[in-house]
Design a protein around this ligand. Structure first.
Ligand code: TYM
Length: 382
């Protein structure tokens, strides 16, 4: 489990310690999303999105520029991804749900990268066969979010390498090992596949412009852990004749067990999208909360939603309505509700959510090919 007393480390492969998001903005050199930028997003979208409104998406690179271009009639592409190292947990769904909203509101094409190569390079115990199975399973979760088939291109690094390789080699030639080591913390003991891999994660930011011979802006919604990739990608973009990709970055949905970031490899910390109702309920009922030692004390003094993982789940996914969230917060702080009761509210919400998601996973099983980036091969020939 991540230990809050540890020093904070946030890289694309490791998140440790208590995550200080203000500090990350400084360290990574990103910018905070201002109220003005939110308003501009809402103007185009015609509605608010709770993840933006609550600062769950809190940081960005060049979001203002993307909106300027959009205003001028220059549409952008969206790019996000998944490294198939295990089952998808509901934290992963946070950037994907927001990406779907952006796709719908901005009528944007989405490139969704599946980095099967990455997980083979970085996870010692995974065979390529296992990664392939996980990729298939994870794609069901991705498509279950409800992306628009016509506007969604799922790129799998190994399967679609013919579409990606030329861009990757152009990127790789312009990134030195010393930059990669400084940005990603690579060590000499690593296999050289891992050192090459950032070139592959840069590719989807440019693929649209490359295939169609345009100069199309791109924005990447993801959690802040992926930002080191965008630093490198942005650094090489102009030298390759492409625009720098923008990004919009979310906080981590914390583990139910407390701490900063949940992990599929710690079973009780993360609710997996494939969990049974019984398992999901068990995880919720065992969750870390901001409760007091006794019911009496809690009724007298109230509890603390700021540190409570159950409250975070309401905030990130299960209570998009601000009134509902404010109501439960008030009851919690005022000692009107005990943690056991609060968990009994979350559990059926979680079960219903998983039930719908699992049904959607079944529905997309026969339709995966409709989303394949293999379609780009036709366009490239033209
Ligand atoms: P991966 O598979 O680790 O994570 C997938 C996406 O989920 C975000 N994320 C979270 N968001 C909220 N709460 C959490 N607890 C949480 N944990 C992870 C990640 O930031 C990511 O957006 N190398 C990448 C795959 C990738 C990618 C991309 C991701 C390739 N291209 C472009 C984002 C954008 C990876 O292994 O992500």
């Amino acid at each position: 489990m991540s230990n809050d007393d540890e020093e904070m480390v946030v890289t694309p492969w490791t998140v440790k310690g208590k995550v200080d998001y203000d500090r990350l903005i400084e360290l990574f050199g990103t910018e905070r999303i201002t109220p003005e930028l939110k308003e501009r997003m809402y103007e185009v979208a015609g509605e608010k999105h709770f993840m933006l409104d609550r600062d769950l998406f809190f940081s960005h690179r060049d979001l203002g520029w993307i909106l300027d271009e959009y205003d001028k009639g220059n549409k952008f592409t969206l790019y996000t991804g998944r490294g198939p190292s295990g089952q998808v947990h509901i934290g992963h769904l946070v950037p994907w749900i927001f990406t779907k909203w952006m796709q719908e509101k901005f009528k944007a094409r989405l490139y969704f990268q599946i980095t099967n190569d990455e997980k083979y390079f970085f996870e010692q115990d995974l065979s390529l066969d296992q990664v392939r199975k996980l990729a298939y399973d994870n794609i069901l979760d991705i498509l279950a979010v409800g992306f628009e088939p016509e506007d969604t291109y799922v790129l799998q690094d190994i399967e679609h390498i013919d579409l990606m390789y030329e861009i990757a080699v152009r990127v790789a030639k312009r990134v030195t090992f010393s930059t990669a080591r400084a940005v990603f913390g690579f060590e000499n003991s690593m296999n050289i596949g891992g050192i090459w891999f950032p070139a592959m994660q840069a590719v989807p930011a440019f693929i649209h412009s490359w295939v169609y011979g345009t100069n199309t802006p791109c924005i990447i919604p993801c959690a802040i852990d992926q930002d080191p990739h965008w630093r490198v990608t942005r650094d090489v973009a102009e030298r390759l004749g492409f625009l720098k990709p923008a990004s919009i970055q979310n906080r981590f949905l914390p583990p139910l067990t407390g701490g900063s970031k949940m992990s599929s490899s710690e079973p009780m910390s993360a609710v997996l999208t494939t969990d049974t109702p019984k398992m999901a309920k068990k995880k919720v009922m065992n969750a870390f909360t901001g409760g007091r030692d006794s019911a009496d004390e809690q009724k007298r003094l109230g509890a603390n939603p700021d540190v409570c993982s159950v409250f975070k789940y309401y905030e990130f996914l299960f209570m998009p309505d601000d009134k509902d969230l404010a109501d439960i917060e008030k009851k919690c702080r005022g000692g009107e509700i005990l943690c056991g009761e609060c968990k009994q509210i979350l559990a059926p919400m979680m079960i219903e959510f998983l039930d719908k998601h699992q049904a959607a996973r079944e529905d997309v099983k026969d339709r995966i090919h409709e989303f394949s980036a293999g379609r780009l091969r036709e366009d490239l020939k033209r």
